[in-house]
Structure formats: C-alpha cells, structure tokens
Design a protein around this ligand. Structure first.
Ligand SMILES: NC(=O)c1ccc[n+]([C@@H]2O[C@H](COP(=O)([O-])OP(=O)(O)OC[C@H]3O[C@@H](n4cnc5c(N)ncnc54)[C@H](OP(=O)(O)O)[C@@H]3O)[C@@H](O)[C@H]2O)c1
Length: 329
C-alpha cells in the first residue's frame, strides 16, 4: 500500500478510506465490524464516519450515531490502526441547536462522537456542510477549543467550495486558529463539478478525500441498459440514494466500460483510478458491503490509466460546464 500525505496534516493515509454510511443497515453490525478488521488487514488505515450515519434507516433529522458506535466497537482493541474521521453539522434532531456549525452544537457533538467511538481523540474532525446561519469565525473558534482540549487532532471541511476553504484559511490566519487540512467533496467520472477547485487545494496543502467515486455503485458495471437492477444492490434496495438510470447515463457507462476493457480491468477499478489520478486527491472514501468490494478498491490503487485515455474520457464524461473560467479565458 502506497500511503499518501493528507494535506498539511502530516498524516499518512491509505489511498482508500473506508466509508461507513451503510453500516447498521444494510450491513449488520457484526459484518461491519468484520469489514473494518478486514480493511485493516489489507493495509487501509483511514475510516470515514459521521455523527448522523445510521445506514438506510437515516432520514433528515434522525439521531444517527449507529455507524460511530460500530467503528468504536471495531477499534476498541486496535485504535492505533486507524485514522478516524468523523463529521458534525447535519441535523440530528428537530431542534434549532440540533444541527449546524454553532459552538453549542459542535462542542456537544464532539463529546457524543468521542463517547460512541470509545476514544479520547478524533484524528480528523470534519464540518459536514456549510452553515449559512453561523459565522465561519464562530465555527473555527469552536474547532480550536476542541483541538486545544485534545479532543480532535485535525480539522477538515466537506461539501465546501474553494472560496469557502479560502475564507476559512484567512480566518485561521487572522484569529490564530487551526488550518483546514482536508476537503471531502463528491467527485467521480460522472460528477466533476469540483474539478476547478482542485488546483487551489494543491496550492494550499489541502488533501482531497472524494466521496462517491463509484457514484453509489453505478461505476461498477453491475447495472445494465434495459435490465432491472440486480437484487442486493443499492438501486434495488435504496433507489433514492442513487441516480436514476436512463439512456444518457448508460451511454456514458458503456463508453467508460469499453475503455476499461482495453486495459482488461473492471470498470470499478478503472473509475477509482481515474479519480485518484486527479490533482490533490489523497484518499477516496469508498462505501462497501462485502470484502470483495474492499479488495476491488485496494486493487484500483495500482491501476494506471494510459495518457491517451484521458481525452477520450473527457469526451464521454465532459468536465462540468463553467460560465466563466478565468484560467482559460
Ligand atoms: N461528506 C458527505 O457529505 C458524504 C456524502 C455521502 C457519502 N459520504 C462518505 O462516502 C462513502 C461512500 O459513499 P457511497 O457509498 O454513497 O458511494 P460509493 O462509494 O460510490 O458507492 C458505494 C456502493 O457501491 C457498491 N460497490 C462498492 N464497491 C463495489 C464493487 N467493487 N463492485 C460492485 N459494487 C460496489 C456498493 O453498493 P451495493 O453493493 O449496495 O450496490 C457500495 O455500497 C460513505 O460511506 C460515506 O462515508 C460522505
């Protein structure tokens, strides 16, 4: 396993980070614990969770906590084997203080996460989504307090654009708080909107940990045009968590599959390899249900896409349209 440095954090992480959003259901606790142990055995040293994750049972404002508890149980006797990332900010109840990035919510939730994770520190604490109601200065102050208390070691942001990362870096400089070290964004061959932010992350020492690099399983070849989704897949079990499969999508999927076929690798490994080859990409947060899926993701880290494929992929899955790109005029 070739470990990569996570931004300016100094942490060395595996190029695959174990996602936990499906832990609890459909992946039962015992299986999820086993998957975490198997991931460690394969060299993965990075796990991603969130205070709200509770598998398919999750709804907007549900209390969450299930995935963190599972991670805590799995790592009780092997805490030092994993860099733990968890998140705060999504609603965990209906009340006004049960969501967002205020100091009240952050400082309460960090304690709850620590308890569920059965640890006394979180390696990477991530603000899950932007919160327009709370000044970024306030959020950073709360993060700084948690850091000085030793409850968290590093601070990351998720679903924020480069200009928001930039603002947070300015504030850190102005008020002397911690610098953001990572950015977790949706990114795959099918979803490239954040591509224009990547050079900023390279320049400022922010490691990118993309999520849904398999686009929920669409980029694995398991869904076929004109056929119903196979049993036991996300599209069959939880269709609201995956894109609708229409002809335009299958045109792209079949184009990617043809190129993957030229290399003789599964489309899943080919797609993950493409994402990992993009600037600032450090560790892909991959969701898994079975050991073979972890093994497949690990294999992807050693696939190399030939230079001539990149232009072909751009034709099949064009970069996101941008009204004015100052870099290109
Ligand atoms: N920061 C955020 O806002 C945010 C948002 C979403 C997710 N995340 C993180 O990112 C992680 C991944 O998200 P995700 O699970 O939605 O996306 P994903 O990694 O693109 O998709 C994972 C799903 O694809 C299927 N799969 C994985 N490997 C496969 C393989 N080799 N062959 C065939 N199918 C395979 C599995 O589903 P089936 O077997 O059921 O088909 C698996 O559950 C989450 O667990 C979470 O930690 C973060």
């Amino acid at each position: 396993m070739q470990y990569r440095t996570l931004g300016n954090s100094g942490l060395l992480v595996s190029p695959i980070c174990l996602g936990t959003m499906t832990f609890g259901s459909p992946v039962p606790e015992a299986d999820a614990v086993r998957l975490i142990h198997q991931a460690i055995d394969l060299g993965i040293n990075f796990v991603d969770t969130a205070n709200v994750y509770e598998g398919y049972a999750r709804y907007l404002g549900s209390p969450g906590g299930v995935a963190e508890e599972i991670v805590g149980k799995a790592l009780r006797d092997r805490r030092d084997k994993m860099i733990i990332a968890t998140k705060v900010g999504a609603p965990v109840g209906p009340g006004p203080q049960e969501r967002g990035l205020s100091s009240v919510h952050i400082l309460r939730e960090v304690d709850r996460s620590l308890q569920r994770l059965q640890t006394d520190y979180i390696d990477l604490y991530i603000v899950h989504w932007p919160d327009k109601h709370v000044p970024m200065e306030t959020t950073l102050e709360a993060i700084d307090i948690a850091l000085r208390q030793g409850k968290i070691r590093n601070f990351g942001m998720s679903n924020h654009s480069a200009w928001q990362l930039c603002e947070m870096l300015w504030i850190a400089e102005r008020q002397g708080g911690p610098r953001v070290v990572s950015s977790q964004i949706p990114f795959s061959l099918l979803r490239r909107e954040f591509e224009y932010d990547l050079p900023f992350c390279v320049k400022h020492g922010i490691g990118v940990t993309p999520y849904q690099a398999l686009q929920g399983g669409l980029l694995t070849g398991k869904y076929r045009r004109g056929q119903p989704p196979p049993d036991g897949t996300r599209a069959a079990e939880k269709p609201d968590w995956i894109w609708k499969q229409d002809d335009a999508l299958f045109d792209r999927l079949e184009g990617i599959e043809k190129l993957a076929g030229e290399l003789g690798v599964p489309v899943s490994q080919y797609s993950l390899s493409w994402t990992l080859s993009q600037p600032a990409m450090t560790s892909m947060v991959v969701g898994v249900k079975r050991l073979e899926q972890i093994q497949d993701a690990v294999q992807a880290a050693s696939v190399t896409i030939p230079a001539e494929h990149f232009a072909k992929l751009n034709a099949i899955c064009p970069p996101a349209w941008r009204q004015h790109d100052p870099l290109r005029g």
